[in-house]
Ligand binder design. Structure first.
Ligand SMILES: [Zn+2]
Length: 244
């Protein structure tokens, strides 16, 4: 995409933003306030335990769409010398920042108020749901965070400028964070994949869930808004790991 098109895109998005001043970012999780109606207990799942280990019940964190940015891109979007303002602490030293951007797909469709997560990273990255991708008219791959080769192009617009990423937009692959002592307690290793069952009113099992072990992590499963809404899961729901 050439510079002229980016400028045109930026102008168009800023024009739109100008018509909706001071709008507060929405919480896009949808299901977050309403815990799903339970149709059984997590303990009812078969195979929910490894011999000699504790049953692994995971709290759920529903990830809204968000962006990670390089220091250079933060300055381009928010002005020279700008540093992110932390708003809410997340696990592993990460935080949700006060800053938001507008993301624009290659068909010039935009989504506003996309939260920036800090601290800054070596490569900028945008994580959205499949529903967001349809809205933007793009087709990003399902990937682990940081695995950006061949991912979708996307433009980001801030109050002071725009950034175009040749690649960098992904749909995050669902995963479970845990510490090393947790991994030992539950009998799993970094890189394992498991299934997780949910006894919600729209009960179901999510397959191919990656295990990520690091001492800075606390036990939490991360899914996106599509996954949460499809199974009636909220931040108040627990899942049960099924190994078989
Ligand atoms: Zn995560």
């Amino acid at each position: 995409m050439d510079e002229e098109l980016i400028q045109a895109m930026t102008a168009r998005v800023l024009e739109r933003l100008g018509r909706i001043p001071d709008r507060q970012p929405e919480d896009e999780r949808g299901a977050a306030d309403a815990p799903g109606e339970l149709c059984g207990k997590n303990e009812n799942f078969e195979s929910g335990i490894r011999p000699g280990h504790d049953r692994l019940i995971v709290p759920i964190g529903v990830s809204a769409r968000h962006a990670h940015l390089t220091p250079e891109h933060i300055e381009r979007l928010f002005g020279a010398g700008h540093v992110l303002t932390p708003k809410k602490e997340l696990m592993g030293g990460q935080y949700a920042a006060e800053e938001c951007v507008t993301i624009v797909g290659t068909k010039l469709r935009a989504i506003e108020n996309v939260r920036v997560l800090g601290p800054p990273r070596k490569a900028s990255q945008v994580e959205i749901s499949r529903t967001d991708a349809i809205r933007l008219g793009i087709n990003p791959p399902v990937r682990d965070s940081g695995d950006l080769a061949g991912s979708s192009p996307i433009a980001l617009v801030g109050p002071q400028g725009a950034v175009y990423l040749e690649e960098g937009c992904i749909i995050a692959k669902r995963h479970i964070h845990m510490s090393r002592p947790d991994a030992e307690r539950f009998g799993v290793r970094d890189g394992d994949t498991v299934k997780v069952g949910f006894r919600t009113g729209r009960a179901g099992v999510l397959d191919d869930v990656g295990i990520r072990v690091d001492d800075s992590f606390s036990l939490e499963m991360h899914i996106d808004a599509d996954e949460a809404n499809s199974l009636g899961i909220s931040d108040k729901t627990d899942g049960t790991v099924i190994y078989a």
